[in-house]
Design a protein around this ligand. Structure first.
Ligand SMILES: Cc1cc2nc3c(=O)[nH]c(=O)nc-3n(C[C@H](O)[C@H](O)[C@H](O)COP(=O)(O)O)c2cc1C
Length: 196
């Protein structure tokens, strides 16, 4: 079984919903088992499900964008991963990342760059999204437009700040999240087969 760990933080449930759909997309592939882990449970390098991350073939990092960067609990996890860095523990694992924010842009690119840099520091193999933006070029609506925010480095979704997690992100962004999970899972399967 090829294992994918999705480590995420979500203050108000919106990014959690994205993480669940990324998981659904990854699990749609035969032979893939994607699991969710909360960044808060990995705030200390000596406590939490670090063994599960060590056993994973890929780790997908997900955070809401708060004040133009990854939320503080996600950053605490990133800092705690320095213990793994010393031991090259995640070297040559597949990595990918996603961010959700209130605005269509919201400076999610900054957060995706943070996550890609984390992966690089850990010696991981970063998988970008590979879905062209403007999928439904004549509209940018919440129902049909995939990759609405037009991110390539990773997955970017939007949850309007006055909507609860039940209603946001919308249908198109959740479908986009599943496509992203599938993309990372496909890359992980190829990578794991090659390494065997
Ligand atoms: C402290 C804080 C800072 C935020 N900063 C940004 C920001 O820089 N850009 C943006 O578009 N939205 C920003 N937002 C909105 C959140 O990104 C948005 O509500 C998101 O859906 C929250 O995800 P969550 O429910 O998983 O916490 C901010 C929200 C909070 C609470």
């Amino acid at each position: 079984m090829t294992k994918i760990a999705i480590v995420y933080h979500s203050g108000y449930g919106h990014t959690a919903k994205v993480a669940e759909h990324v998981q659904t997309g990854a699990n749609a592939l035969e032979g893939v088992e994607a699991s969710l882990y909360k960044a808060e449970d990995l705030a200390s390098p000596d406590e939490g499900p670090w063994d599960a991350l060590a056993a994973a073939d890929a780790i997908i990092f997900g955070a809401p964008t708060y004040m133009g960067s990854a939320s503080a609990p996600m950053k605490a996890f990133m800092d705690a991963s320095s213990k793994v860095w010393f031991a090259d523990g995640w070297k040559d694992k597949i990595a990918a990342g996603f961010s959700n924010s209130g605005s269509l842009s919201g400076d999610k690119s900054s957060t995706l760059q943070q996550l890609a840099t984390l992966a690089a520091q850990q010696g991981m193999i970063w998988v970008n999204f590979g879905m062209k933006s403007g999928y439904a070029a004549s509209s940018n609506d919440f129902e049909t437009a995939h990759n609405r925010a037009g991110h390539y480095l990773g997955l970017g979704t939007q949850a309007l700040t006055d909507l609860p997690a039940e209603d946001a992100p919308g249908k198109a962004d959740l479908e986009t999240s599943e496509a992203f999970g599938k993309r990372v899972a496909e890359a992980t399967l190829r990578w794991a087969r090659g390494a065997a």
